[in-house]
Design a protein around this ligand. Structure first.
Ligand SMILES: Nc1ncnc2c1ncn2[C@@H]1O[C@H](COP(=O)(O)OP(=O)(O)OP(=O)(O)O)[C@@H](O)[C@H]1O
Ligand SMILES: [Mg+2]
Length: 78
């Protein structure tokens, strides 16, 4: 599943709630390997969101970006 474009939304669907967590177009490359390819995520305040995927899908890489430990090659927390 590495290098898969993904979009995750755990908000109110209406775009009216300020998100507790949001990022858009996150791309992370490790050399020639694209670990995340334009991943977007929104989590509303109070929402409980799961991040599921097979080994190597990029879950830890995404959390690294969201926590500020990793700088993405493209995209940003919003
Ligand atoms: N620091 C790194 N240097 C090079 N490649 C990396 C690095 N970190 C992760 N990768 C690669 O990026 C891809 C995504 O890895 P990641 O650890 O984010 O997946 P994961 O979904 O957390 O996997 P797991 O379920 O095994 O924890 C994998 O191909 C992995 O080998
Ligand atoms: Mg992991």
């Amino acid at each position: 599943m590495t290098a898969t474009t993904a979009s995750v939304v755990a908000g109110d669907g209406a775009g009216t709630t300020p998100m507790a967590l949001a990022a858009e177009g996150i791309t992370v490359r490790f050399g020639g390997l694209t670990a995340l390819n334009s991943v977007s995520i929104e989590v509303a305040p109070g929402a409980i969101a799961g991040l599921v995927g097979p080994n190597g899908a990029g879950k830890s890489t995404l959390l690294g970006v969201l926590s500020g430990l990793l700088r993405p090659n493209a995209g940003a927390r919003t």
